[in-house]
Design a protein around this ligand. Structure first.
Ligand code: SAH
Length: 449
């Protein structure tokens, strides 16, 4: 469902001419009390012929990143009746308003930047959606004043949507076995590296530590490893839930709908499956055994199953253009992605891209800032890949729209073998706290240190 102007037939009074008038169509967001209710409401509405879309919840709803059900204004009364008839109470129904940001443009700025840039900034102030060519402009301008105002706008949108608090999550890379051949990735099946696989006890030991320091979310990431299949993962998820109650993010690649469903039912909350690039041709080149449509289908399934849906891309992958990146950003918005991981390409030893140059740090940070401007209330990690190229860059990203840091909690004896790219940095709790301080972000209240 595309937001925007809808065209209705109308008559021009006093003449015989029939014409078209454009009215701004209203959309509403229904916020359920929990994710099970959200899925139930979504199902009921669809069964009753109401078109719905699942999108990140509006800023005024409080909780960061819950999923809202978006409906057209014309269906509001019908939807309310369905809720009433089924005795479903909701947390709230909000009009899907544009986010206005008055005060981005002042006289001084007006005199020193281009007219084209000012027009784009005006659209951001008014909460209007940006076009691809405008996003390309923001990603490519070399003007220092313009770049500063892009970062300032992103920072302001971050504060007004997710707040000025750093979200910290702990990642465990529990297996580097992989059956895929992704050309850029250092743990791809073709690469001759030492392989490891953690067992449940080893994983639980790390989960216990993360829980002890107060973190709320553990990220379980691996290659596509058949020996850590869905059944085994279900046992692990259940155990983490029972013993710690932590939220669980899975990042274990492509699976069938039924597998995603059973992992969700077992207790998984979030899923990170990056689209990597929305350029189909480029996708095929870098994923010889992958298929763009399958990956897209997986991401849609995750959304329909009520996962907090993570995606993202790689900046500077050989063959990518600025237009590709602009289209990636529009895709994140259109898909209603909740968590967007944007990292620079880093060559990995032993891969065919081993001698390619790394992605540009500034372009990566700029992409994060523009993604914040376009997608608003989403999680944007200041990625490990960025920190691996430069510690300072990770801090800069946190000042330019990023709000999350993922700690790497893979045990030391395995960590060096999870080399998806060279010289992968170690992001620990101390460096996350340091980065938060340097970037002027508050630490989360849940941290127990
Ligand atoms: N098997 C899982 C997890 C992949 S690793 C999956 O398919 O989703 C997590 C992320 O690391 C990938 O999504 C990719 O964006 C990133 N990555 C892998 N190799 C990289 C490289 N050489 N440079 C930058 N990012 C890379």
């Amino acid at each position: 469902m595309r937001q925007g102007k809808s065209k209705i037939r109308g008559e021009v009074q006093g003449t015989f001419l029939k014409g078209c008038v454009y009215v701004e169509e209203k959309f509403y967001l229904i916020l359920a009390k929990n994710s099970a209710q959200m899925l139930l409401i979504n199902k009921l509405l669809r069964e009753n012929g109401i078109e719905t879309d699942l999108v990140p919840s509006p800023p005024e709803s409080g909780t960061v990143c819950a999923i809202a059900i978006k409906i057209q204004g014309v269906n509001l009364e019908k939807a309310k009746n369905i809720l009433f008839e089924n005795q479903i109470e909701v947390r709230g129904i909000y009009e899907d308003k544009k986010m206005k940001l008055q005060g981005l443009i002042d006289k001084k700025l007006g005199a020193s930047v281009s007219k084209e840039f000012l027009d784009i900034l005006k659209k951001i102030e008014d909460g209007d959606e940006l076009l691809e060519k405008e996003i390309v402009y923001l990603l490519s301008t070399k003007d220092i004043k313009e770049i500063e105002s892009i970062y300032a706008a992103a920072d302001r949108i971050k504060r007004e949507t997710v707040g000025n608090v750093l979200e910290i999550r702990g990642a465990i890379e529990f297996s580097n076995y992989c059956c895929k051949k992704c050309k850029y990735c250092g743990i791809n099946s073709q690469n001759k590296i030492e392989r490891y696989r953690m067992n449940e006890e080893e994983i639980m030991e790390v989960v216990g530590y993360l829980n002890k320091i107060g973190l709320r979310t553990v990220i379980l990431q691996s290659g596509e490893d058949p020996h850590w299949g869905t059944e085994r993962l279900i046992q692990l998820i259940k155990r983490i839930k029972i013993e710690t109650g932590m939220r669980i993010t899975l990042s274990v690649g492509e699976k069938s709908f039924e597998e995603y469903e059973s992992l969700k039912l077992a207790g998984a909350d979030n899923y990170l499956l990056k689209i990597e690039t929305t350029n189909r041709k480029l996708f095929k080149t870098i994923h010889p055994d992958g298929d763009f449509d399958s990956r897209l289908k997986c991401s849609r399934w995750l959304k329909e199953l009520g996962y907090i849906n993570g995606s993202g891309n790689i900046i500077g992958i050989p063959g990518q253009t600025i237009e590709d990146i602009a289209r990636d950003i529009l895709y994140f918005k259109e898909m209603g992605i909740n968590m967007i991981g944007i990292g620079p390409f880093i060559p990995a030893k032993g891969t065919v891209f081993e001698n390619m140059p790394p992605g540009d740090i500034d372009l990566t940070i700029r992409t994060m800032a523009v993604t914040r401007i376009v997608c608003k209330k989403v999680y944007i990690p200041s990625t490990t890949a960025l920190a691996s190229l430069s510690k300072d860059a990770q801090i800069r990203a946190l000042k330019a729209g990023a709000n999350t840091i993922m700690l790497i909690n893979t045990p030391a004896k395995y960590r060096t073998n999870y080399m998806i790219y060279n010289d992968k940095n170690m992001v620990d709790i101390d460096s996350a706290i340091y980065a938060a301080k340097k970037a002027g972000l508050e630490l989360p209240k849940y941290l127990k240190l």
